[in-house]
Write a protein that binds this ligand. Structure first.
Ligand SMILES: [Zn+2]
Length: 446
């Protein structure tokens, strides 16, 4: 008995050595939601028997995304907030409601032994739900995102997310919440065809699922957003490592010929005709996502904002017709400027998009009513302000994607970009330079 204890202790010490290289995350007492601590790069040691290297890395990554750790860096038991939906407690997301047996098993294990068991369990569980096998040849980052979604939301939830993302990329899959051969086949095809976009769409669909199917929960939202952003960033990084050639393709903002964009002229009739009739409920909207993790919501009190009549700033919805372009535009600005300059100009400060309301000081509807205008960094580019923090290069990229600048049209309101041809004020940039060459009016297009 005693000898066995000694052997066990030696084994635990060995494991401590192996896992000790990872920075421990300690339990947070301030924010009772998962996902609010930074992602620690996974440093996998050799995969144990019965599990491939890729499976092992994915399993460990999900454990790491979910983990609450004690001061030694070992997985600890975490008590869940009452509306978490996963029961009363968990270890690395393995909770008492959905995984009671596994949780009980993990609790009896010495903390250093939990990591491998949890990684194996999660890997196995999520693969069974999706029917994805390693031979499906998904890129590792894409597979991570899908299996991670499955772990959080079950097979039905992840099928919904994947099917929503696929439909937004033009695949005609049915959103039946089932993992069948057609869904898997389309996912593999999309993964080959779309480099970053597939991950961005999955990220965006995951947020839609939470809002539209599970329901918005204020106390958990920030943690969830961080959690989704972390797994997106890791997935993109893994995919990039796998396809360096694809990752370095020039972005639309770096010299390639901008494609022709047809836009309606501003004005209620013209916009209703092109985008459908504006409505307070916005049944034409879709969620979009920012290309960066640290989007800040503009919230200065008393400021004139596009969200004033009540759509919260966490409402990242725009018209479904412009969604792809908006995401591509922000992504291209990010790629062209780099993180430092992007944040210096304040492109990560979101001032609102959809808002059914009249123009400020006017009687006709604002372009925000259709969800085709976005306000960026209103803090430093205020309504009626004549100065801007945005570089010409960045504004050009927005235009190439069909978002024309309020500042260039009216000499003020630089926060505002819209997918409609504005009325141009004399003396403005567009008055002297003309509208961007790639933009064509819908009323002239045959
Ligand atoms: Zn605006």
């Amino acid at each position: 008995m005693e000898r066995e204890d000694q052997r066990m202790n030696a084994f635990i010490e060995l494991l401590k050595l192996i896992f000790g290289i990872r920075t421990p995350k300690t339990e947070s007492h301030h924010t009772p939601t998962r996902g609010d601590s930074p992602v620690i790069p996974v440093v996998p040691h050799e995969s144990p028997s019965g599990i491939s290297a890729q499976e092992w890395e994915i399993g460990l990554a999900i454990v790491d995304l979910e983990a609450r750790r004690d001061s030694n860096g070992h997985l600890s038991v975490y008590r869940l907030p009452s509306n978490d939906g996963g029961g009363s407690e968990e270890i690395a997301g393995i909770n008492s409601k959905y995984h009671p047996e596994e949780l009980a098993k993990l609790k009896t294990m010495a903390p250093p032994l939990r990591e491998e068991a949890a990684a194996r369990y999660i890997e196995n569980y999520t693969r069974r739900m999706t029917g994805l096998s390693e031979s499906s040849n998904l890129r590792k980052g894409t597979e991570l995102f899908v299996l991670d979604t499955t772990f959080n939301r079950g097979g039905g939830g992840s099928a919904w997310v994947v099917q929503t993302a696929l439909r937004s990329l033009g695949f005609s899959v049915i959103r039946d919440r089932l993992w069948g051969p057609l869904t898997r086949k389309a996912l593999i095809e999309a993964d080959r065809k779309f480099d970053r976009q597939i991950i961005d769409r999955l990220r965006s669909a995951r947020e839609s699922y939470e809002r539209n199917v599970i329901g918005y929960r204020a106390n958990l939202w920030r943690g969830l957003v961080n959690r989704w952003d972390h797994v997106r960033d890791l997935s993109l990084k893994w995919n990039e490592l796998e396809s360096p050639a694809k990752a370095s393709l020039p972005s639309p903002g770096s010299g390639s010929e901008p494609s022709r964009i047809v836009l309606p002229r501003e004005g209620t009739n013209s916009l209703n005709e092109f985008y459908g009739t504006a409505s307070p409920t916005g049944n034409y909207l879709e969620w979009f996502s920012f290309p960066v993790a640290n989007v800040r919501l503009y919230s200065r009190r008393g400021a004139s904002l596009s969200d004033r009549t009540g759509n919260g700033l966490d409402d990242h919805r725009c018209h479904s017709k412009v969604r792809n372009q908006l995401e591509a535009a922000l992504s291209a600005v990010y790629q062209a400027l780099g993180k430092g300059q992007f944040e210096k100009e304040g492109w990560h400060i979101y001032g609102g998009c959809f808002n059914y309301r009249k123009k400020r000081g006017g009687s006709s509807l604002s372009t925000h009513s259709w969800g085709i205008a976005i306000d960026i960094n209103p803090e430093e580019n205020p309504f009626h302000g004549t100065d801007t923090t945005f570089s010409g290069k960045a504004i050009d990229i927005m235009e190439e994607h069909g978002f024309l600048s309020g500042g260039r049209a009216w000499g003020k309101d630089w926060m505002h970009f819209q997918a409609a041809i504005p009325h141009v004020t004399s003396g403005s940039y567009y008055a002297s330079h003309g509208l961007p060459a790639n933009v064509q009016s819908a009323s002239l297009a045959s």
